[in-house]
Design a protein around this ligand. Structure first.
Ligand code: 4AD
Ligand code: MG
Length: 477
């Protein structure tokens, strides 16, 4: 007897041979109809039980959440919405689920409630669809780079440097936090720590990826990164996954071309390969939006929105042009931004980014050539001496989804910049070596994976697109 998934069975013609399938009961109606799901598809297979054939203990153990094995004939379905169903001849109960205490009941649970049940929420249709899409997007990302001559590079998780220079690191230490060894001056003596120096969880694999790009040509990382920024928003996690391609001999224009092509390709991949899950999530969103006033509903349904991104050019705009637009815009009824842009050089807030994308250009936007002062130390200084070859990709409903740049490849300029920012050369001697030995124009970017998953699934909170979200005051699981 072949072991088939629910997804396989739903594509199979009715057969007189017995089939067997294992999964979790979604619902059990009228002591007769089991909707069974095994995670292989958003759809359930209906299993029709003949009461007479089964003993009472078995029937009692068939509850929402029970794990069961079903054997029977695959027949044409009488019900609507499915072509086949299983006429059950035998059921084996792997494990029951007490209806009094099993939290995931067949009713609409709030996402907030399900966040507290993060270990069980993947058994709901919404989370299983999101997590299958997350998996498909990961595969698409690797496929894209592998097909385009990139090598997958594993950047270290524990590092001694702060790649972004933002000081938002989680310390890694074996020292007794309550009673650390002290130096004569009273500071903690990290020489006595495991690595003999201060270390932290990586905020970005970029600097290490640069070293590999300057030997392998084109590389990418795809791994967890950590930020101890205390931002309790629907777009920030303390632990998130980042994809960081890094390319030798790419300037900023080539970097922007790659970012756009890459994003379109991976979204195109799921449009082609994850239609059932996307259709389910689209319907979920439409239902949710029915309760909102017309003006707040989105103009496009989910799949249409994804197709729009794939089919249209991203708008490329310099920071300076964007500032002009923002200064001359009336964003809302109050005709003011919460943080008005008064001067060139100000950092953009998410309200500005979203205005540009959602109201002004109405398409994804790539902003480039930012003021040096608001960007990281490693970005290539422009000839004007005040802007750097940085780029951010901004997405509707999300804001910044990608941050990247052409890197400063000139040793003297980089050293000057580090000195100005008090970054000790001893800490990044190896990074400076790249500029001493065979330096070259090179570029890269970082895509926040969960922000991509948010966009593709239409979910509203980043906590709902990663299995176990890490946010301030929250690492229960
Ligand atoms: O703009 P960021 O900080 O850029 C870097 O880390 C560069 N080293 C990347 C590079 O050039 N290789 O972060 C890149 C992206 C952001 O655009 C955003 O999508 C995501 O990472 N990101 C976060 N996602 C979730 N939670 C957070 N706290 C995030 N911080 C950044
Ligand atoms: Mg950024």
């Amino acid at each position: 007897m072949a072991r088939l998934s629910v997804s396989d069975l739903l594509k199979t013609e009715p057969t007189s041979q017995d089939v067997t399938v294992e999964g979790w009961v979604r619902t059990f109606r009228s002591n007769r109809f089991i909707a069974l799901n095994d995670g292989s598809t958003i759809n359930n297979i209906q299993c029709v039980v003949d009461f007479e054939n089964l003993d009472e203990t078995t029937i009692k153990s068939i509850n929402t959440g029970s794990a069961i094995k079903v054997t029977g004939q695959l027949v044409e379905s009488q019900g609507k919405g499915q072509s086949v169903e299983i006429q059950v001849s035998d059921i084996f109960i792997h494990g029951g689920a007490d209806p009094e205490t099993y939290p995931i009941q067949p009713k609409k649970h709030s996402l907030e409630f399900l966040r507290e049940k993060a270990h069980l929420r993947v058994r709901t249709s919404t989370f299983s669809a999101v997590m299958r899409l997350r998996s498909a997007l990961s595969f698409a990302i690797h496929s894209y780079f592998q097909q385009n001559g990139f090598y997958y590079m594993h950047a270290p998780i524990i590092t001694g440097s702060d790649a972004e220079g933002a000081g938002e690191m989680f310390r890694v230490s074996t020292l007794d936090a309550k009673n650390p060894p002290l130096k004569e001056d009273g500071d903690i003596d990290y020489k006595q720590d495991f690595f003999g120096k201060e270390t932290n969880l990586t905020v970005s694999g970029q600097l290490e990826a640069e070293t590999y790009a300057m030997g392998l040509g084109k590389v990418y990382t795809f791994g967890p990164t950590f930020r101890a920024e205390n931002s309790n928003t629907s777009r920030h996690l303390a632990e998130f996954w980042m994809i960081e391609p890094e390319m030798a001999f790419f300037d900023l224009d080539a970097n922007m071309d790659l970012a756009e092509d890459f994003i379109k390709w991976v979204i195109g991949y799921v449009l082609e390969n994850c239609q059932d899950d996307l259709a389910f999530l689209e319907k979920r969103l439409l239902d949710e939006e029915k309760s909102k006033p017309q003006a707040e509903r989105s103009e496009m349904a989910l799949i249409e929105k994804l197709k729009f991104v794939v089919d249209n050019n991203f708008k490329r705009v310099s920071y300076t042009e964007a500032i002009d637009i923002l200064r001359n815009s009336k964003p809302n009824k109050k005709k003011k931004f919460e943080y008005p842009i008064n001067e060139w050089g100000a950092d953009l807030q998410s309200e500005h980014e979203r205005f540009l994308v959602e109201k002004h250009f109405k398409c994804p936007v790539i902003l480039f050539d930012y003021p040096a002062k608001i960007k990281a130390f490693y970005m290539r200084l422009n000839e004007d001496g005040k802007t750097v070859r940085a780029m951010d990709v901004l997405f509707p409903g999300i804001g910044e989804i990608v941050g990247g740049s052409q890197r400063e490849e000139r040793l003297d300029v980089l050293k000057e910049k580090m000195a100005a920012l008090n970054i000790p050369e001893e800490e990044l001697w190896w990074y400076l070596d790249l500029r001493k030995f065979g330096t070259a124009v090179h570029s890269g970017f970082g895509l926040g994976f969960e922000r991509l998953v948010l966009f593709v699934t239409g979910m509203g909170n980043i906590r709902d697109v990663i299995p176990f979200p890490r946010t301030p005051q929250n690492a229960e699981f």
